[in-house]
Design a binder for this molecule. Structure first.
Ligand code: CMX
Length: 472
């Protein structure tokens, strides 16, 4: 076990350059499958922890005094864009290449992470393991994680009743946030803290809460879906099935193998996008005050519900639907160009395009596009999305405002979902939220394990800033 190549390590990075990557992943996984003792995720993380704490201690001792950049006043007023000030272990976002999870690109994750029996897409259980440990789990470890999440999936009665009492006109993301906040009642961390615990025990309780929270999210999310759009009935979790199957099944799509595969891909690629995005940062920030994982994730979900962030997936489908109604069957370059200009001239953003960090097409968009090419190449909305992909970058470049004229993750997801009959766009961000929990909670566990401090950057009034810059 200890000899495993750590993904993201320099040894792994140099091995990526060699051509036989797939063979090495297979050998690596094979070796782990047959290793003497199958560890649980918690055991493996605990085993790694002393080394991680030492690594950080040494890094700070040797280099803690070094200046790592400069900050302009424009950055301060410009949403802190590009200011390097956060630690995020699970993923790093390169503006040209896109996201790498512990050093692995999305195609590499699709290749390396364990699949469901008969499935081709990676399981989000495996990504959770990878994000927390930096290692690709064995199939057995992923099966065990599926079983553990299924076993923890029961939702307290009072939380179900809270969801049931929400008016159907309350946005599903607000309902999700209410339910996740209410789970605080069950928090192992909050209870242990109230009793008084040693700091060294924080991460164990955070781990337990995070596992419970992730496990319960599909049943909560499905209840919201069934209440708002259907008959309010949610089928129970099947204890021998994977997380994505169960979620798809609870939404009413368990019989559709392609939809289940889509859910596996969707829940894997929406997890994590380094630490500075609103949902990840909000979860981390609130968590830094030692709020429980439930309260911390709820903060992240509230941020995800904003239209410039996760709600963009809802906005995209609504915008495409309006475009379809306007252009009809005319998908000519001119018709799409005109529609894009109508949006821009109305002072609105083109949803699903642009990004605060990325400067190329989002690989999460490409993964979904490849799924569509494989499973639904003739879908009329997919054809429209493809045509927008061809035209929008040119129009946005001509418009001259956005620094990135290419599509992000949200430009594609709705079109896949509507193809299978999940047409309720106001629900789409809830799916994103379930996935995001799997991405941001590993960092919260790591934060507690390494003793990350409360976050507290410095602010000044405009008057004070003026005085400061006048002296420079
Ligand atoms: N359409 C029109 N204008 C856009 C644009 C778009 N898709 N993207 C950016 N712009 C505009 C900005 O509104 C800004 O205009 P002002 O100077 O008038 O304020 C200007 O271009 C510069 O913005 P930027 O530096 O390129 O982008 P930001 O880092 O400020 O914002 C983002 C990034 C994603 C909020 C922005 O591109 C946007 O609003 N996109 C549409 C919404 C969207 O798809 N959000 C989802 C992002 C992914 C996610 O988090 O889920």
């Amino acid at each position: 076990m200890a000899s495993a190549v750590r993904f993201g390590s320099s040894a792994f990075r140099s091995s990526l350059a060699a051509p036989a990557f797939n063979a090495r992943i297979a050998a690596f996984n094979g070796a782990r499958c047959y290793s003497a003792k199958a560890q649980t995720l918690k055991e493996r993380f605990a085993e790694q922890l002393p080394e991680k704490i030492e690594e950080i201690k040494k890094l700070r001792k040797d280099h803690g005094h070094k200046v790592i950049g400069e900050v302009t006043l424009d950055q301060v007023y410009g949403g802190a864009r590009g200011i390097k000030s956060l630690v995020w272990e699970g993923s790093v976002l390169d503006s040209e290449e896109g996201i790498r999870f512990r050093g692995l690109t999305i195609p590499e994750c699709q290749e390396a992470l364990p699949k469901a029996p008969g499935g081709k897409e990676p399981l989000p259980e495996g990504l959770f393991w990878l994000l927390l440990t930096g290692e690709v789990p064995s199939e057995q470890q992923v099966r065990d994680l599926s079983a553990e999440w299924a076993a923890r999936s029961d939702v307290p009665k009072f939380v179900e009743e809270l969801i049931d009492r929400c008016p159907t006109s309350l946005h599903p993301m607000a309902q999700l946030s209410i339910a996740v906040n209410a789970l605080e009642h069950e928090s192992s961390f909050a209870k242990a803290y109230a009793k008084g615990i040693n700091k060294k025990e924080y991460w164990g309780h955070t781990y337990e809460d995070s596992m419970d929270l992730i496990a319960k999210l599909p049943t909560i999310a499905a209840r919201i879906y069934q209440n708002v759009y259907k008959d309010g009935k949610v089928v129970p979790v099947q204890k021998d099935k994977d997380y994505s199957f169960n979620f798809a099944n609870q939404l009413g799509f368990g019989d559709n193998k392609a939809f289940v595969e889509l859910m596996r891909l969707y829940l894997t690629i929406h997890t994590d996008h380094e630490g500075g995005n609103v949902s990840a940062h909000a979860t981390h920030l609130v968590g830094s005050a030692l709020s429980s994982p439930f309260l911390s994730l709820a903060a992240g979900l509230n941020g995800l519900a904003g239209p410039l962030h996760g709600l963009a997936n809802q906005e995209v489908l609504n915008w495409l639907t309006k475009m379809k109604a306007s252009v009809g069957n005319d998908l000519s370059d001119k018709a799409i160009t005109d529609y894009l200009w109508t949006t821009l001239n109305a002072g609105q953003v083109v949803p699903g395009y642009g990004h605060a960090v990325l400067r190329k097409t989002d690989p999460r968009y490409m993964a979904q596009r490849e799924f569509a090419q494989k499973h639904l190449p003739d879908d009329p909305m997919f054809k429209l999305v493809s045509q927008v992909y061809k035209i929008a970058p040119g129009v946005l470049t001509e418009h001259g405002k956005t620094k990135n004229p290419f599509p992000n993750v949200d430009a594609h997801s709705g079109v896949l979902l509507q193809h299978y009959g999940l047409t309720e766009s106001s629900y789409y961000t809830v799916l994103f939220g379930v996935s995001r929990a799997i991405g941001v909670l590993p960092q919260l566990i790591i934060d507690r394990a390494v003793g990350a401090p409360i976050e507290r950057p410095k602010s000044f009034s405009t008057e004070k800033w003026a005085q400061i810059v006048a002296k420079l």
